[in-house]
Design a protein around this ligand. Sequence first.
Ligand code: SF4
Ligand code: SF4
Length: 325
Amino acid sequence: RVFCSSICALGAIQDLVVIKPITLPKKLTTALSMIPYVYLGSAILFAATGTGFIICRYDPFIGIFRLNGNAPYLYLGAAFLITGMFIARPYCRFFCPYGVLLGIMSRFAWKHLTITPSKCIDCRLCEVSCPFDYIDKPNVGLARESRKTGVRRLGFLLAAMPVLIILGGWIGHRMSVPMSRYNHWVYLAEQVVAEKVNPDLKETLETKTFRQMGTSEEELMAKAHRVRQQMNMGGWILGGFIGLVFSLKLIGISVSRTRTDYEVHKPTCFSCGRCCSYCPSDEMHLPNFVPGSLAYNEAMALRDPNAAAVEEPAPAKKEKEPAQV
Ligand code: SF4
Ligand code: SF4
């Protein structure tokens, strides 16, 4: 995700305001992480049906960068920035549709950022250094459920997958009617019909312009009908896709691979590099680990708020070799 760490202006402006990041409950972040998939899927559906480009329209920071945004979008951008002081990069983590695509690619990245350039000595200094909580901790030696329980749950989740896909598709199908109203042809057709049914209704600017253009009503109704059909089909696909993602997320939570070292979570890590400066195995950051230095004290305080005054870092696994630098 080199784009997120080094190029994206939306990420940069949020990074600037991270002051006191808090850790959110895992269940909440997992639930919120569904939003970008819904956003991305809806954006594709709206673009494919000629309804609009919602990602550009609702970009919360574009008004700030252009210095001419509408007030609601400026407020939205400001709300994201204020939230971002305490919940680091909220738009990136819980809304950005590009992040979904970059995250998928990141899983297969040939080279990915690692916390340590050499060997993890399990000193735990990096453990809480990520303001986004994207560091996976080692899990060897922890109490784990029996294999039988895990296999049974996995079987249940796999069996539930088609149900979730169909349920999601059905919800998408039900949502297709309100979603289609965002399309200008459908919107116009409904206004024209409403004015015919109720002659007391005043002509709107849209219906007046339509009549002056000389396009036939049949043509308009045919266009609206086509969009509704596309939305209906798209709603089934979008809902099914969201059901599939939800199902895969549940499986991802329930299956954990063995980790012996501290690792970045590849799909979500922004490659910002903050955690790297907490690693004493990195020669470049060795000055950070001079006892008494500001960086050293901050790292120790992050690790344990009562340990800021401790003079020496205490590797958890002393039997391991120190890092090669
Ligand atoms: S997650 Fe999205 S908004 Fe954030 S840096 Fe990446 S591309 Fe930009
Ligand atoms: S590189 Fe940045 S986003 Fe990735 S784990 Fe480290 S601190 Fe977190």
